[in-house]
Design a protein around this ligand. Structure first.
Ligand code: TTP
Ligand code: MG
Length: 347
């Protein structure tokens, strides 16, 4: 049976949350990001995008482009909280969900009875009604096309790419729209006069291998609208976790624990939704000088509740000696089993 995949992606997520928390910002160019000299833009409202402001742009350039912009320092816990609410809505639709980032996920709705358009409209309605936020949704028969579709008419977009539209609909797209083609590859192709998908489409398969190495075949298939990647849920992934770059680098363990707290409720939600418990906790830290450290702990029992995850996560942090500021923190839980098996092993 033909699969039905949704790709959902919140619009201007961090900026939209800021507007939600402070409605006087509505309709204004809101720019969320590092406000220091070295800061970069995390994201901005669509009003600010009109002035050319973009994610990852140095803040001082954003200030030049949009001097009257409202610059806001990110509040990561708040975005985690709202993300939790969005995912709750998604999980009320189906459990076949692959979270991709804080504001983005794939849903496999092949087995649902209602039409994909109705399901997508329902999600949009629920997100708008309970949070006041807009989400863009792409519908197609694989992940690549669904993602392309969610980006098609952002913000508040809804787009279907059906089989009969392919490959023609892809032809005018610039190469950077092809998921998997990095900046370097795009440049390389531009250098030989290839700028859009149609031009790429007409190249022989061997050239794809020559240009993209082992990914050549995948790129060749993708621009033909073929992509067999499955929607991988946490259950199949055997690990549930969250991580984030800190809003400011710190060694303060109490501050780090606040992140653990936010992650714990996220993780609890996934575990409960999927009827899972886990036994191994792993804390991941990245230092200001980009060194990665992980510390795992296998617990004496399976856990799934946020308070337990938080408590154990804090214990790991307490045992660590921090010699340097931390820039990224993450926590994940592995050794997952379904609660039915857990019940059986108890006897
Ligand atoms: P995106 O979904 O890429 O961006 P967005 O939701 O702000 O805007 P849209 O989807 O409507 O184009 O990323 C989600 C959040 O991740 C974003 O709100 C802020 C954060 N982010 C960064 O911190 N740095 C980045 O470079 C990017 C791209 C995103
Ligand atoms: Mg988004």
């Amino acid at each position: 049976m033909e699969r039905v995949i949704l790709h959902v992606d919140m619009d201007a997520f961090f900026a939209a949350v800021e507007v939600m928390d402070n409605p006087t910002l509505k309709g204004k160019p809101v720019i969320v990001g590092g406000t220091s000299e070295r800061g970069v833009v995390a994201t901005c409202s669509y009003e600010a995008r009109k002035f050319g402001v973009r994610s990852a742009m140095p803040t001082y350039i954003a200030k030049e482009k949009c001097p009257h912009g409202i610059f806001i320092h990110p509040k990561h816990y708040r975005y985690e909280e709202v993300s939790n609410e969005v995912f709750k809505i998604l999980y009320s639709i189906t459990k076949k969900i692959e979270p991709v980032s804080i504001d983005e996920a794939y849903l496999d709705i092949t087995d649902l009875k209602e039409s994909p358009e109705i399901i997508a409209s329902k999600i949009k309605y629920k997100v708008k009604k309970s949070l006041g936020l807009t989400i863009s949704i792409g519908i197609s028969y694989n992940k690549f096309l669904a993602k392309l579709a969610s980006d098609w008419n952002k913000p508040n977009g809804l787009k279907i790419i059906s089989r009969d539209m392919v490959p023609k609909i892809l032809f005018p797209l610039t190469l950077s729209k092809v998921h998997g083609l990095g900046q370097k590859s795009v440049k390389k192709l531009n250098n030989i006069g290839i700028f859009n998908v149609e031009q790429l489409y007409n190249l022989p398969k061997e050239l794809f291998y020559e240009y993209f190495g082992k990914f050549g075949g995948e790129i060749y298939d993708r621009i033909r609208g073929e992509d067999n990647r499955q929607v991988v849920t946490f259950r199949e992934r055997k690990s549930v976790g969250r991580e984030t770059t800190l809003k400011r680098n710190t060694q303060d363990k109490e501050e780090l624990k606040l992140y653990i707290k936010a992650f714990s409720s996220h993780i609890e939600e996934y575990l409960l939704d999927n009827n899972l418990s886990g036994k191994t906790l792993t804390l991941k830290l990245k230092t200001a000088s980009f060194e990665n450290h992980t510390k795992s702990k296998t617990l004496s029992k399976y856990i799934s509740l946020k308070d337990e995850i938080y408590e154990e996560g804090c214990k790991i942090i307490e045992e660590l000696e921090l010699k340097e500021d931390i820039r990224l923190i993450g926590i994940s839980i592995t050794s997952l089993i379904t609660n039915e098996i857990q019940q059986l092993t108890l006897f």
